[in-house]
Design a protein around this ligand. Structure first.
Ligand SMILES: C[S@@+](CC[C@H](N)C(=O)[O-])C[C@H]1O[C@@H](n2cnc3c(N)ncnc32)[C@H](O)[C@@H]1O
Length: 237
């Protein structure tokens, strides 16, 4: 499985035009409720602040960025991604919604974020961490740009732990999802990549240990929809 940045960028550029449509088809629209839930968690993390500044890392086509802007009406948001194809669709979406004064985009990678130390009140990453070519470096650089007392929220797909649910999940993820992915996007590799990255993503105990070793504290974790998705919350002290 290719994990180098250039390859990942090209792959997301290629699937960008069909990314949103496929997300909603493949998750049966459940991704929208996960994003809303994550938005509420970020809102809670910045609730005392008059004008929180939030960074959305690996923002893609900005579905999560827009959800953040809707959930936290007083927030200013910066959004970064390495794929210009995904960013272009995100920019159009944000302009159509009239949110361009509150959301700005730039091409920057998680491992070397183009912002100064201690800039953000909260950083959010939705379905992005598993794609980082150097996961630990990405998490460390996010810690660098978080203000002290700032909160990282990670939303990520995961394999359910219940054996019966996992059997159906594997059937769907390994056999059905790549076929639909190929039909709609024309890119079979991208949807095999999706399945492999989810399978390889660390289970909660391991990911929490990684967050700790990167310097985060007060780490919490919550499973959503039978563990098909998980929210991690971690603080910079
Ligand atoms: C599955 S999409 C998620 C997009 C969006 N956050 C969402 O909720 O739909 C993963 C995104 O991560 C981006 N990405 C992958 N590696 C990255 C990195 N190292 N730094 C920044 N973005 C990255 C990809 O270009 C892609 O847009």
């Amino acid at each position: 499985m290719a994990t180098d940045k250039e390859h990942i960028t090209l792959m997301f550029n290629d699937i960008a035009p069909t990314y949103d449509k496929l997300n909603h088809i493949l998750s049966l629209n459940v991704d929208k409720s996960w994003r809303r839930k994550a938005g509420r968690h970020v809102k809670k993390a910045v609730t005392d602040l008059e004008k929180p500044l939030i960074l959305d890392v690996a923002c893609g086509t900005a579905d999560s960025t827009v959800q953040l802007a809707k959930s936290i009406e007083n927030a200013d948001i910066r959004a970064i991604d390495i794929s210009d194809g995904m960013l272009e669709i995100g920019k159009e979406k944000v302009a159509k919604l009239g949110l361009q004064d509150r959301i700005s985009f730039s091409n920057s990678c998680a491992e070397s974020i183009d912002f100064q130390d201690n800039t953000f009140d909260s950083v959010f990453v939705a379905f992005g961490v598993r794609n980082f070519s150097d996961r630990e470096q990405g998490l460390k650089d996010i810690l660098r740009v978080l203000k002290p007392s700032g909160t990282l929220l990670v939303l990520e797909l995961s394999e359910p732990q219940n054996v019966i649910i996992r059997w159906f999940y594997n059937l769907y993820f390994r056999n059905i999802l790549p076929i639909i992915g190929k039909r709609v996007s024309g890119n079979a590799e991208a949807y095999r990549y999706l399945q492999k990255t989810v399978e390889k993503f660390p289970m909660p105990k391991e990911f929490i240990a990684m967050l700790q070793s990167c310097g985060y504290q007060e780490i919490k974790h919550k499973a959503l929809t039978f563990g098909l998705c998980r929210i991690y919350q971690a603080k910079k002290i």
